[in-house]
Design a protein around this ligand. Structure first.
Ligand code: ACO
Length: 371
């Protein structure tokens, strides 16, 4: 039996949701560069779930349906208020609240195709409501209900801030959502597929995926990038900070990737967004510091920025609290998790690999009193 640590290079399933081939990312064959420049997030979600771009009518009714599901049961909002808000990370709150959603959905365990599609709609629509509600509750504010007629991106910012966002913010946030929507068999998506391959329910699949995304080696990196930038504080201190991190053999968050060795195709979009947005906010220092870190890490370690690196300064420029960065990743990535969950159900087989045993052999039983 041979093993590959971290399953590197192992092809664990077939999928037509998205692909990374020769460093090019596509969603159902559409290049991420085209989608980032032209698509609304709702179009991308439709594409991931239906394997075609929607017509105008299809898109309108899809948006309406999503909007119709965006309110969460009042019990969920009340529960959010009971969480230990001064201690709990929003990702932990989201994981718990999504698991709780299942308790208030009569069709949670209905495994029919129609029900699973409906639950996908509900989860896609309700996760932003939960993230924004928790973001407000912990600041002593009341949650803001979703508003009809707003796009997905606009609604998120509206529910978070209680006022309708400007066009620049909507456009930037929409693009960030598009860029994060799916990414082949990343750790959280694999987790979701493993979970539902036991024929467990959609809520369990998404709850497990949120748990996996939370880790600093995966979605949790974006918040840590901003923590690093804040720690450094000034461009003049970048070189010594990064050198010390290298000397201490610390990982620089937002760099490196298991699959991309010549650069993450999403990073260039986020870098440009960071440049533009930090200029508008008058805080170009976040972009300048990021660029300098990028230069050093690339030149000295040969590691390139991944999706999490420039997204940190983008979200910061949109006025978003740093510990909401990873929940925002979930707001987008749930679309990909759901696409993979539906695909897994459609052609299921239990996912159950083997482990190479490296423990001791043939131990003799010792009675408790003799140990
Ligand atoms: N900073 C410094 N060194 C790094 C970094 C980094 N960010 N990433 C990799 N390395 C080094 C490792 O220390 C290791 O060196 P060694 O061979 O001397 O021990 C070598 O590069 C290989 O790294 P691994 O961790 O084995 O690579 P792996 O493919 O397992 O991990 C990962 C990929 C998790 C993304 C890694 O690059 C990392 O930890 N990056 C920082 C966290 C991060 O940005 N995560 C977000 C990834 S994108 C996403 O999930 C949305």
């Amino acid at each position: 039996m041979s093993t590959t640590k971290g399953l590197e290079g192992v092809v664990a399933t077939t999928s037509s949701v998205s692909s990374i081939i020769d460093g090019v990312l596509t969603y159902y064959g559409y290049n991420i560069d085209d989608l980032a420049d032209h698509a609304s997030f709702e179009e991308v979600v439709y594409l991931l779930w239906n394997h075609k771009l929607p017509t105008k009518d299809e898109l309108n009714s899809f948006q309406k349906e999503l909007n119709g599901y965006a309110s969460v049961p009042d019990e969920i909002l009340q529960q959010l208020k009971t969480y230990p808000i001064d201690k709990v990370h929003p990702m932990a709150a989201l994981r718990t609240a999504v698991s709780n959603l299942a308790l208030f959905d009569d069709e949670a365990d209905d495994t029919s195709k129609e029900s699973n599609r409906r639950k996908a709609m509900k989860l896609q629509a309700q996760i932003p409501t939960i993230v924004t509600a928790f973001g407000r509750i912990r600041e002593g504010k009341e949650p803001v209900a979703p508003k009809e007629g707003l796009s997905f991106a606009a609604n998120f910012l509206y529910m978070l801030n209680g006022e309708e966002p400007d066009e620049i913010s909507i456009k930037a946030f929409n693009k960030a959502l598009v860029l994060h929507a799916d990414h082949e068999l990343n750790a959280s998506t694999f987790t979701a597929r493993v979970c539902v391959a036991t024929l467990s329910d959609v809520y369990s699949g998404v709850t497990s995926a949120i748990g996996a995304l939370k880790g600093p080696l995966h979605g949790g990196a974006n918040e840590r990038v901003m923590a690093m930038l804040s720690d450094i504080g000034d461009e003049s201190k970048v070189d010594s900070y990064i050198q010390t991190a290298f000397d201490n053999k610390e990982k620089i968050m937002g760099f490196g990737h298991r699959v991309y060795k010549n650069g993450d195709p999403r990073a260039k979009h986020l870098r440009e967004m960071s440049r533009q947005l930090t200029k508008i906010t008058g805080e170009s220092k976040w972009y300048d510091m990021s660029v300098r870190i990028d230069e050093i890490v690339t030149n000295e370690k040969g590691l390139l920025p991944n999706v999490d690196f420039y997204s940190a300064s983008v979200y910061h420029s949109l006025g978003i609290k740093h510990d909401l960065f990873t929940p925002i990743f979930a707001v987008s990535r749930v679309s990909g998790w759901l696409a993979h969950i539906l695909e897994q159900y459609d052609n299921n087989r239990l996912i159950r690999p083997r482990a190479e045993y490296v423990g001791p052999d043939k131990q003799d039983w010792i009675r408790l009193e003799d140990r």
